[in-house]
Design a protein around this ligand. Structure first.
Ligand code: GLY
Ligand code: MN
Ligand code: MN
Length: 445
């Protein structure tokens, strides 16, 4: 089958679902229509340059356009959605061509020169229309009913966790791109490249600009792997190379992948620890299916990681004690995973119901971003880690946890920074599709 035709059919069905969700949410909140803004170009302070543009997630949920600012989607239940496509008359820049793609026939596409023209193309009375997106100075004059009404956004965020077949296809494609990038990055690491060179190899293999990635790649050599969201890119390789932790994803039609791998340079002991850690990660993946409470997955991960810490002679206490006393959190201080989709940390992870309310995190685990019961169609990351973080180790050493940790072993592992292995999983009724492993397999060596 022609993949473009397939995507067109999938996107058509996706819009049906999107319309049904919006119809329900608009009716429940008392609106007759909605405007969704792609977002503005934001100027840099006292400069004539702008920050890189990123389209707002709710706009991308309808329109797979990620790089055109100042577009508006207007939707009224029962009507064809209108796409006001920004085409300014500005000879300093090239205006984007009105798109002709697998999705364009779904919209009444109207080029507009600016926001004034966009307003004129909208119905005169917007008094029952909600507006979603970043506000801009003259928005008040549009006289919409509400700007980003929380009750409406909560309902939409809640529904968004369940991905449509179109969204799953995009997330598979985003994983394929990331796997290609990761393979190139691993080759660069094995050849002794610097963090910056490795990042550039990743980007080249993805065929993307840095601003088109869902987040800045984390390329951490040696002890920098201990910094959870390490943001530096050293220009020179370290004098001695021990390890690489690379957390890097790509985007397809606005949907993100979020993938981490850890490599030992030439140390067989650290390589063996990574291999055992991979088994733990895979065991956790195999427990994912609809109906599972993600808080239980997080706590199981702590128990399994704690067992491995003991087995690897990093701690001197059993798993139960390690979890109960907080020893496991010294080495694993982040959540086990999160929703993934239009944003790398997708919206709605804590919502109790479409009306709102929060499902609390387990006590002592403040960074978990997902507390819901998994449903078929959720896409989540599975990303256990073990890190040697000076700040947390110093705190532990100064307190009651000190005798439970093998400090000599920790001292010898510090130079590796840490291990994280992260896959993206599409939740099914009785298991999960591992989008990331499938992508690596499809990419080959
Ligand atoms: N790349 C950020 C995260 O794994 O959540
Ligand atoms: Mn993640
Ligand atoms: Mn990640």
């Amino acid at each position: 089958m022609d993949p473009a035709l397939d995507l067109a059919a999938l996107h058509g069905a996706h819009l049906q679902t999107q319309r049904a969700r919006f119809d329900r949410a608009l009716a429940a909140c008392g609106y007759t229509g909605i405007i969704v803004y792609s977002g503005p170009l934001t100027p840099i302070f006292r400069d004539d340059q702008t920050h890189p543009f990123r389209a707002h997630a709710w706009f991308k949920a309808w329109v797979p356009l990620t790089d055109v600012p100042d577009c508006f989607l207007y939707y009224e239940p029962g009507r064809t959605p209108v796409l006001l496509f920004n085409r300014p008359a500005d000879y300093w820049y090239k205006a984007a061509e009105p798109p002709r793609a697998f999705w364009t026939s779904q919209f009444d596409l109207r080029p507009v020169a600016d926001r004034v023209a966009a307003r004129e193309a909208l119905p005169r009375n917007l008094g029952a229309t909600a507006y979603v997106g970043q506000a801009f100075p003259r928005l008040a004059a549009w006289e919409v009913a509400a700007v980003n009404p929380p009750d409406l956004l909560t309902r939409l965020d809640y529904d968004r966790a369940v991905k449509t077949p179109y969204e799953l296809a995009c997330l598979r494609a985003a994983n394929r791109l990331a796997a290609r990038g990761h393979r190139a990055a691993a080759r660069a690491f094995a050849a002794g490249a610097s963090e910056l060179e490795i990042e550039l190899e990743f980007i080249r293999a993805c065929g993307a600009r840095e601003q088109e990635l869902p987040y800045n790649p984390i390329v951490a050599l040696n002890e920098s792997g201990a910094v959870l969201h390490y943001q530096m890119l050293e220009r020179a390789p370290p004098a001695e190379l021990h390890s690489m932790l690379i957390d890097a994803g790509a985007e397809a039609n606005g949907y993100a992948s979020d993938v981490t791998r850890t490599y030992s340079y030439r140390d067989p002991d650290f390589a063996a620890l990574i291999e055992r850690f991979d088994e733990v990660q895979q065991a956790l993946c195999s427990g994912v299916h609809a109906g599972v409470d993600w808080r239980d997955v997080h706590l199981s991960a702590h128990r399994l990681v704690a067992e491995l810490l003991h087995e690897a002679d990093i701690t001197d206490c059993d798993a139960e004690e390690a979890v109960a006393t907080g020893v496991s959190s010294v080495f694993l201080p982040h959540g086990i995973g999160h929703l993934l989709g239009l944003q790398v940390h997708d919206a709605g992870g804590l919502l109790r119901s479409p009306e709102g309310g929060e499902i609390p995190r387990p006590e002592g685990h403040p960074h978990l971003r997902l507390t819901r019961i998994l449903e078929e169609g959720f896409v989540v990351t599975m990303e256990p880690g073990i890190y040697f973080i000076d700040q947390l180790l110093e705190q532990a050493r100064a307190g009651a946890l000190a005798p439970k940790i093998n400090w000599a072993r920790v001292g010898s592992l510090r130079k590796f920074g840490g291990i994280r292995i992260e896959d993206d999983l599409a939740v099914g009724a009785s298991g999960a599709e591992n989008l990331t492993r499938d992508a690596f397999s499809a990419e080959g060596k």
